[in-house]
Write a protein that binds this ligand. Sequence first.
Ligand code: 7PJ
Length: 382
Amino acid sequence: MKHSAGDLPKGTDFVLLPLAPARDLPAGAMPLAGGPLAFAHLRAIAISEGRPVASREMPSSEIASWLAALPPPARARAERRLDALQAPRPPVPLAGGKRTLGFARPLVMGILNVTPDSFSDGGRFVDPARALAQAQAMIAAGADIIDVGGESTRPGARPVWEEEERERILPVIEALADAAVPVSVDTRHARVMEAALDAGAAMVNDVSALTHDPDSLAVVAARDCPVVLMHARGEPQRMQDNPAYEDVLTEVFAYLDARIRACEAAGIARERLIVDPGIGFGKTLRHNLTLLNGLAALHALGAPLLVGVSRKRFIGALAREEVPARRLAGSLAAALAAVDKGVQILRVHDVAETVQALAVHQGLIDGLLMDRAAVAAATRPC
Ligand code: 7PJ
């Protein structure tokens, strides 16, 4: 492209995209985020101000010589990214100090929209008793986290008053405070975060990555709680009006990296940060596909990855314009594709079905490992 290794702009960073991560690669492959996936090839994209300026694809055996040829400041950054891409994700400590989220397998976050207008399940769970029953059904089906939201942030949504948002979600969060799994609160409002944490929520999920409310960074820092930082372009009401990127993957990477730094500067421990590319938030179909295919690059941010694909519009766009309630099969296909990129948390409406899909996916991997071990035990090298 425009620059060679010796001539990179000052401050060049790198997006490192593992090509075709897999579970049965021969020795020499590099681990992806300390999980069961590994990669044998890498596309290194040099970025300056969030935009690509140079790129190179290489097998893992060439990475050391590529690094050695970079100018020292760029080399140090590339080495840091490569380490983060491979390092295991330690468990995330939840608010309250008693529980953690561990990533030995992909976790399922069940969506509980206590809103009258959510696009896929709007109005079904506004009544607290029904919301609670739905949460309990998701827990029984194997949800690891329940994500409670009272403000619809779907494309074209209208903002709700914070007071109304609080009144919708607090009874549900209070009733779930002693549930078997932690509750996260899906909100962009600092006062709602505080009230939800007081009521027993264990983490925050903010589709604005703590940018919407100027007090939210301080609230999360003071409460020592984990937070999901999601990328979105524009406010919900306007975000689908012609979203444009020069390069969506590198821009989302650079945005999330900047939000991680802003959180650290505000006193939020890095170990409590989770990142999310925000599928469908200010993105065209093409952008969503690029992000889902490029998900593995986001591991170099050094944080667990969450994605929400469940019943989203891109599924309808790819498959006969099915309405949200008829997007389960496509949601499962997209969820498993994300798991094959090493994603640690899936945010879903259909918990039982997702858990079943994950169980079959995991069963196949276990079978593969047993077959490899059996061959190794029964034969000698040749
Ligand atoms: C997401 C979310 C998502 C995170 C919504 C919907 C729209 N939070 N809240 N990630 N989506 N972290 O559920 O389809 O993708 S609301």
